[in-house]
Design a protein around this ligand. Sequence first.
Ligand SMILES: Nc1nc2c(ncn2[C@@H]2O[C@H](COP(=O)(O)OP(=O)(O)O)[C@@H](O)[C@H]2O)c(=O)[nH]1
Ligand SMILES: [Mg+2]
Length: 439
Amino acid sequence: MLIPRRTLRVGVTGLARAGKTVLLTSIAGNLLAAGAGLPTLPALAARLGGRSLRIRLAPAGADALPRFDHAAHLAALAADPPHWPARTDAVSLLAFDLDVGRATPGLPPRRLRLELLDYPGEWLLDLPMLAQDFAAWSRAALHRLEPYAEAAGFLGFVRGLPVAAPRDEVLAATGHHLYRAALRRLRDDRGLAMLQPGRFLMPAPGGAPPWLGFFPCAGSGPLAGLLRERFDRYCAEVRHSLAAPVFGGIDRLVVLADLLSALHAGAEPFADAAAALGAVAGALRWRRRLPFLPAWLPFVPGIARVAYVASKADHVAERQRGNLAALVSRLTEVPRADTAADTDTAAVAVAAVRCTEDVVWTLEGHPVSAVRGRVAGAARAGRSYPGEVPDRPPDAAFWAHPFLALPDFEPMRLPLGGRAGVPHIGVDTLLDFLVGDRL
Ligand SMILES: Nc1nc2c(ncn2[C@@H]2O[C@H](COP(=O)(O)OP(=O)(O)O)[C@@H](O)[C@H]2O)c(=O)[nH]1
Ligand SMILES: [Mg+2]
C-alpha cells in the first residue's frame, strides 16, 4: 500500500560559531539512536507514548542542496580524543524519513520526512532591512558604526562625499569596499553581530552581481539615488530567495544564540548581540491575519513555530540554565499587539553536546553550583564556576565584575562511536517543540 508522506522543514540558524553544526550533529546522532530503540530523547519518547518509531536517513535523490555530512561530524565527536566537528560555512540539508506507529492496531504508520536546513544567521539579519527604505536603513547603519575605530575610514569617506556626488561607479565601488572591510573587522575583531547586509559577510553562491555594490549613505544626490536602486534590488532578491524552493518553505525555525559568549565578551558585544536577536524576533513576528501584509511575507506564513535557543548551556549548572532561558526569552519578546496567536515561540537553553556535569563547589565558605569538564588539552577534568547568569539584560553594575569563565571544554567520550547517541541537555525538548505535534 502507498502511504502518503508529509514533509516538515526546520531551518536551523544562528550567527557563525553559535553551534549550528554541533546541534545538527547531535540531532542526527540522537534521532538515529532513538530510531534504534535507545532512550536518548526522553521528551520525544514521552510524546510517542509507546508507539513505534522508525527513523532512516532520507536518500538525497536529485535534491539541489548538499547533504549535511553528519557521519563525518559524528566521527569527530566519537574520536579519541574527541574533537569538535570541522567548521562549515556552506548551506546544507539533513533529512530523515520517519515512520510513526499508530495507537490503533492495523493502521499503517504515518510517514514524515523531517528536513533540517543549516541556514546562515547572517542572512536572517537581512529580514529587518525588508521593512525599511534606503534612507532609514542608512541612518541606522551609519549610527551603529559611529563608535568604532574600525569604521573610521569608511565613515570619513561617506562624510567627505559632496551633497551632489555623481552617479559614479568608482565612487560606489570605493564606498562599497570600505564598508565591507569595516563590517568584516567589526565581526572579526570586535565580535559584533548586528551587521547588515548579511550577504556582504556571507555571500550567496554564484558571484557578485552589480546590485551588491552599495553602502549606507545619507543624502539625496545622484550617487545616493544609485545606491538606493541597488539597495531596493538587494531587498527584492532577498524576498525572492526566501520564496524560492531551496531556501523557502521553512515550516519551523530554530534561532541559536551563543549568549554566554556574548556575556563573557562584555557590555558592548552583549548589547550588539541583544540588538541582533531583537531585530530578528521583530522581523519574524507573525502578521498573517493583518490586512497590510508586508511584501516579504512568503518567508513567514509557513513558520508556525520559532524556538530561540541559548546554546552551549553546559557551561553553567542547572539553576543558571533557567536564568539563561529567561534571558533569551526577554531578548526576543515582541509586543503582544504584533504577535498573532498562530505563531508559537519558545525560549530554551540547550547544550547540543554536553561536555560537563553539575557539581557543588565551596567557594569562600559558600556552596555554589559549578560544572566539571575536561578543558581541551588538559589531562584531567576540572571544575569551573562561571558566575551568575542574569535572567534579564544586565545593568551597568553587572559589567563592573569580570564575569563568566568559559573554558573550551572537550566533548565527553561517546560510547559505541556515537551510535548510542550524544549526551545533551534539552535537545529532546527542543525537538518535541519543533515536531511533536506531527508525531
Ligand atoms: N560546551 C559546548 N560547546 C559547544 C556546544 N556546541 C558548540 N560548541 C562550541 O562552539 C563551537 C562552534 O560550534 P559550531 O556548531 O561549529 O558553530 P556554527 O558555526 O554555528 O556551525 C564548537 O566547535 C564548540 O567548541 C555545546 O553544546 N557545548
Ligand atoms: Mg557550521
